[in-house]
Design a protein around this ligand. Structure first.
Ligand code: ZN
Length: 403
């Protein structure tokens, strides 16, 4: 009987590399970055790529592989992935999550198969093939492997893009992660929503709980909550009415905390709520802030709000045919017969740090016919889908590095 942990003789080298990377346990809270770095350095040496390990001020490493082009004056292409993965609950897995078992039908089961060790190995294995065919291109190509993404990237990509080292890479265009799609389509993300946590405070007249006191804090808060929930309803309806929209295209508001009151028979002088707002990049941010202001001022005197968390809204990367990067990316996929949907990512990834610098960037993981299992139990990717991904990057890399 064959051992499912063992590569079989005819296994593609790309699959073997992928499974080796998956077996390195880089899950939080103690990701084994040292072993990941050692493995990636070995890969770079094997394929013949330059390789730097940049230590960030957080003490965490970034691995930067390089394949220099014939015209280094041109802007470079960056292919990014994160080395870390989220924790696992092994009891809920059908196979140990860091064994990278391959089942009879070719499903590779491991944490990180979708999010996102697949991308890192797609880049490497596509370049292995291109180099073995003797190819070379005009633009510099950089492949980065960053830490800390699953904790928000403050100790990873956020620090990396501030370095002089990064500026010298002269990145013109970047690719980073997307998500799996159960249909024949791929997702391509041109932007992400922005997180705002807003604390609203209402003050008002107090008195005995048996009386009709005027202008209470609760009445004012009720008005603001009604405005917010009406807006929420209208966005929900808009999403449901238009099948071309996804969650990332609309703005969500959820009132997730309410604080106030001292005892049942005393009208409180102060009430608070905290709202979790995810602002779509399609929304006019000035108009939306004015709307928020109007809800609070119209509720009456003694109402105010503050941002517990504020982030500037980052615009979408261009997806019109006037843009060289987009035209090259999309026409390459189309020429391969692949179908894709352009959308806004509902969560947040490291790519926002590049978009903040004005670098056009897309989120793309070529995983179709695959259930979305990032951060879930039994995360898997089928080897056929994975190998098609290598072929896709074998077309995308030359196209982007030559355009
Ligand atoms: Zn990820």
């Amino acid at each position: 009987m064959s051992d499912p942990k063992r590569p079989c003789l005819e296994e593609d080298v790309a699959i073997t590399t992928f499974r080796r990377y998956l077996r390195i346990n880089t899950s939080h809270p103690n990701p084994d970055y040292a072993s990941a770095v050692t493995f990636l350095k070995e890969m770079a040496r094997e394929i013949g790529l330059g390789c730097d390990v940049v230590e960030l001020s957080s003490g965490l490493p970034v691995v930067v592989m390089s394949w220099m082009g014939s015209d280094p004056s041109l802007q470079a292409i960056l292919f990014n992935s994160h080395m870390d993965v989220v924790p696992v609950f092994p009891d809920h897995w059908t196979h140990p999550p860091f064994d990278a078992v391959k089942t009879d039908n070719g499903d590779i089961i491991a944490r990180g198969t979708q999010d996102m060790k697949s991308c890192g190995i797609w880049y490497i294995e596509a370049i292995r093939r291109l180099k073995s065919e003797g190819k070379s291109f005009k633009r510099n190509i950089f492949i980065t492997f960053v830490p800390d993404e699953e904790l928000g990237g403050s100790n990873g990509m956020k620090l990396f893009v501030q370095l002089e080292y990064f500026k010298k890479l002269n990145v013109g265009f970047a690719l980073d992660e997307g998500v799996a799609n159960p249909t024949e389509n791929f997702w391509v993300f041109s932007g992400e929503r922005t997180v705002w946590w807003v604390e609203v405070t209402c003050t008002g007249n107090t008195g005995h709980g048996s009386a009709f006191i005027k202008d209470t804090a609760m009445e004012k808060l009720y008005k603001i909550m009604t405005s917010a929930l009406e807006f929420r309803k209208s966005e929900e309806k808009r999403l449901e009415a238009d099948p071309s929209l996804t969650l990332g295209d609309v703005t969500t508001i959820n009132i997730n905390q309410i604080q106030g009151g001292v005892q049942p028979n005393v009208i409180p002088s102060e009430m608070k709520i905290i709202m979790d707002i995810r602002v779509s990049p399609h929304r006019d941010i000035i108009a939306f802030k004015e709307l928020l202001n109007s809800w609070v001022t119209e509720a009456g005197e003694g109402c105010s709000y503050r941002f517990v968390q504020y982030n500037d809204v980052i615009g979408l990367s261009p997806t019109d045919d006037g843009n060289l990067w987009w035209r090259t990316f999309s026409s390459t996929l189309t020429a391969m017969g692949e179908k894709f949907i352009v959308s806004v990512f509902q969560g947040g990834t490291d790519i926002r740090f590049l978009r903040m610098l004005g670098i056009p960037s897309l989120g793309f993981s070529p995983m179709n016919h695959t259930p979305k299992l990032l951060h879930d139990h039994d995360e898997f990717l089928n080897e056929k889908i994975f190998l098609r991904g290598v072929e896709i990057y074998c077309e995308l890399i030359p196209a982007l590095a030559s355009c």
